[in-house]
Design a binder for this molecule. Structure first.
Ligand code: FUB
Length: 323
């Protein structure tokens, strides 16, 4: 009987046609990582709880489309219940395809990053290594909060994982995608005069300040990496104040150093800014989340808007729409 009921639920909720932002309205979702697999666009997200009073999420969600209007809800593609070494806080995921397998990278407990594997983009995913890929408790250089993994597989096949909160990190991954290849490195971000932009500097100068904004160009969290015309775009959030938003820095090298360029988009209602940039059917898009639907920063909803570049490769900052 239980099985029949769950089948019915799946049928009822799997196809949704939302053309306005937020484009997923029947559940709360955040931290969208958009990927194109086999001609279809998939969005991997955190799944905020209906009764959330904190970011105490339990599972990860995935949605897909082939026309940017009709979305298929793939349900919970992976859950804390599937992990033997973590109990709480299923946060911002990313997914990539390699050798016909799909790898889901996810942070838990604000301290660890794991990886799970599936044969299909929508899972089911399985933790095949049975331990964290990055363990911030065993490895202090992982930074105060090793969260928000984002993956780049470069044209030469080398994979990189970017992550971190206030302390930005990058590490190479082995061809098998489930082992680190070498040591963790800092992601260095410079301003256009070559001065290093660091969250730490501001807090040292003003130790008693309640800091929720690292300053212009400073890394907060939520990294995303993409390559366009040979240039690496490192996208990230600069904090949690009302003026914080997604910003970006560029480099000729995927390991950096990166030079801060400006805003990806204007600030949105959510206290957190986390998203992704992808090209699909010859159009660039920025995915992000807001709290417009709930009015609550722990109950967020994913949105998407078109994104354009200047002739010189600069991102033209996006004004979020409701369309
Ligand atoms: O969704 C939980 C956390 O909020 C993410 O890990 C951060 O990027 C922020 O969006």
């Amino acid at each position: 009987m239980k099985k029949v009921f769950s089948l019915l639920v799946t049928v009822v909720i799997t196809s949704i046609s939302y053309s306005q932002n937020p484009f997923i309205k029947h559940k709360y979702t955040a931290d969208p990582s958009a990927r194109v697999f086999n001609g279809r666009l998939y969005v991997y997200t955190s799944h905020d709880r209906d009764d959330a009073t904190y970011f105490d999420m339990l599972d990860w969600a995935c949605f897909s489309t082939d026309n940017m209007k009709d979305w298929k809800d793939h349900g919970a593609i992976f859950s804390l219940k599937d992990i033997s070494w973590a109990e709480k806080w299923a946060w911002a995921p990313d997914a990539v395809k390699r050798n016909n397998k799909y790898y889901l990278y996810y942070p838990v407990e604000r301290k660890k990053i794991g990886v799970a594997v599936a044969n299909k983009p929508e899972g089911p995913f399985k933790d095949i290594i049975g331990k964290p890929l990055v363990d911030g408790i065993a490895e202090p250089f992982a930074g105060a909060e090793p969260i928000d993994p984002a993956i780049l597989i470069d044209d030469d096949g080398q994979a990189y994982m970017y992550f971190g909160c206030r302390e930005a990190r990058v590490v190479k991954l082995k061809e098998n995608m489930v082992e680190l290849d070498g040591s963790l490195q800092e992601v260095i971000i410079l301003d256009k005069q070559g001065k290093r932009l660091l969250w730490k500097e501001k807090s040292e100068k003003e130790p008693n300040l309640q800091i929720n904004h690292g300053g212009d160009g400073v890394y907060g969290e939520g990294p995303w990496m993409f390559k366009r015309n040979g240039l690496y775009y490192y996208v990230y959030s600069n904090g949690w104040s009302k003026d914080a938003t997604m910003i970006y820095a560029t480099s000729q090298n995927p390991m950096g150093p990166f030079v801060y360029q400006g805003k990806v988009m204007k600030p949105v209602s959510s206290g957190t800014s986390h998203g992704s940039i992808v090209t699909y059917k010859n159009q660039w898009y920025v995915f992000y989340h807001t709290q417009d639907l709930s009015g609550n920063g722990f109950k967020r909803s994913i949105c998407v808007d078109k994104l354009f570049f200047n002739k010189n490769g600069d991102i033209i900052p996006v004004a979020p729409t409701k369309e």
